[in-house]
Each structure stands twice: as structure tokens, then as C-alpha cells.
Design a protein around this ligand. Sequence first.
Ligand code: NAP
Length: 274
Amino acid sequence: MKTVLITGASSGIGKVIAEYLCERGYRVYGTSRAKHREPGIKSREGGSFELLQLDVTNDDSVAGLMQYLATNRIDIDVLINNAGYGLAGPLENFSMDEAKAQFETNFFGVVRMINAFLPVLRARGGGVIINTGSMAGLIGLPFQGHYSASKYALEGYLAALRMEVLPFNIQVFNINPGDFRTGFTANRRIISTVHPIYQRKFDQLLKMYEHDENNGAYPVVIARKVEKLLRKNGSYRMRYVIGKFDQVIGVPLKRLLGDTLFEKLMMLFWKIRD
Ligand SMILES: NC(=O)c1ccc[n+]([C@@H]2O[C@H](COP(=O)([O-])OP(=O)(O)OC[C@H]3O[C@@H](n4cnc5c(N)ncnc54)[C@H](OP(=O)(O)O)[C@@H]3O)[C@@H](O)[C@H]2O)c1
């Protein structure tokens, strides 16, 4: 059975995938920034997985994790880059530090992990890398602009990486969830300053986003898909968009209507114009 490492497995999507795979016999390691190095979080059904300490924004932390895996002779077959958070605010009001921090976790955190794992996977003759992207990486979300940008960046990186590493039998693909009920909503940060000119629309949209997330599906849908894909063993598409029909339809609709018409539709939907 495959050995899987999932970043951001203390909560939400990562935790549910870890528990699901664990229950189906996979050997699972999760990560969290909190200080554990001991086995592990107990799943609801009684299986367990080991939760290791990792901060994907920190080179030393990633090096420490790699050292731990090497010392304990833990060979990872599947890396799932899932750690991430949301940051909301009008783009005009983001400080450079806030924008960079968003990318440091959601994009460079993935890059850091992949850089660390590629030599290991190459030496082992292959492996699978899955990244949790987002529908926000395919459709721009107003007032979550740098979150969207960090997930769009993952798409470009993925498209290039797939071609570079496929010759080494390393398969890479993204999972792009719509809205799911997780800790994401409570963990979303708001930028420090919102100009009054944006405040009303920002509050209105944030409320809509939160409503959709709180009414989203439980992430076991994603876990089921990931497990099914892992059983399939290869020839993966670039991305798998997962979520409620009225959300995932947005992706083909955007392709069909074209960017400009789709944007008009979304502005009406989000009531951006008065
Ligand atoms: N929920 C949704 O609707 C939705 C939709 C599309 C995409 N996503 C994506 O799904 C992924 C998981 O989010 P979620 O919804 O499950 O949210 P969540 O419940 O808040 O979980 C986020 C996980 O990321 C970890 N994390 C955050 N920053 C980290 C860092 N610097 N280093 C290591 N781990 C870090 C957290 O662990 P610790 O705090 O313990 O470190 C936690 O386990 C994210 O990439 C998110 O963008 C979510």
C-alpha cells in the first residue's frame, strides 16, 4: 500500500483526506505547524495517522521534515500539498508584506515542498504529487485577489512541472475544490486596512463567500476522489475540479462565454455594480 504525506492535515480538507486514506489501509503522515512529532491524530473511525511538525514557509522546517523521513526510513510515494489559508481585502489596500505572506504559504510553500521531494522521488523511480489548488485559481475572486493569484500561480507552475518530471515517472495534478465546509472560513485573515470606499462592497461579498463556504459540502467528497485517483495509478488529467454543480459549472461556462462576458455575468451575480 502507498505511503502518503499530506501538508495541512490538522484540519479541514487535509485532515479528512488523511483519515479517509488511513482507514483504507494507506500509510499516512500529516503535517501541522503545531508542535507534535509524536504519533498521531486519531481519526473518527479509530484509525490513526502520524502528525509531523511542518511550516511550509520555512526552509529549515522543510529540511527538518526531510531529515525525519530519511532517519526513520519513511519512503513517501504520494505528496499532497494542501496547506494554505485565505486572505481577504480590496487589492488596492494590500500591503506588500500581506501579499507576499499569502504567496509564501499558498504558492512558495508548495514550491519548497516539491523542491525537497523531487530528488527523493526521482531516486525512487517515480511518485505522485497532488496540490490543492482552488476554483479561485481558475476564476478571479474579487476581494480575495491575492488568494486567487496564489492559486492561479499554482496552475502555471503545475503546467510546466508536469512536462518536466513526467519523464521521471512523477505524476503531478491539482485538485481544485469549490466551497467546502472546513476551518478555512474561520482561519481566513482580513488585511489590516480597508478603505471606506470599498468597505460596504467588501463586507457584502465576504458575507456571500462565508455563506457559500459554511453551506459547502463536507470534504469527504474530495477524499473519495483522491483515493479513487490513487487507485487508478497514472495518466492523470492536469486538474480535477470538485464541488457543487452550480459552482463547478463556472469553469466550462467561462470557457464557453469567454473572459469578458463571463466577467459581466459574475459582476451581476456578485452585485459589484450598484
Ligand atoms: N475550504 C474551501 O472551501 C477551500 C476551497 C478551495 C481550496 N481550498 C484549499 O484547501 C486547502 C486546505 O484548506 P482547508 O479548507 O482545509 O482549511 P483549514 O481547515 O483552515 O486547514 C488549513 C490547513 O493548512 C495548514 N497550514 C496553514 N498554514 C500553514 C503553513 N504555513 N505551514 C504548514 N501548514 C499550514 C493548517 O495547519 P496548522 O494551522 O495546524 O499549521 C491546516 O491544517 C488550502 O490550500 C485552501 O486554499 C479550500
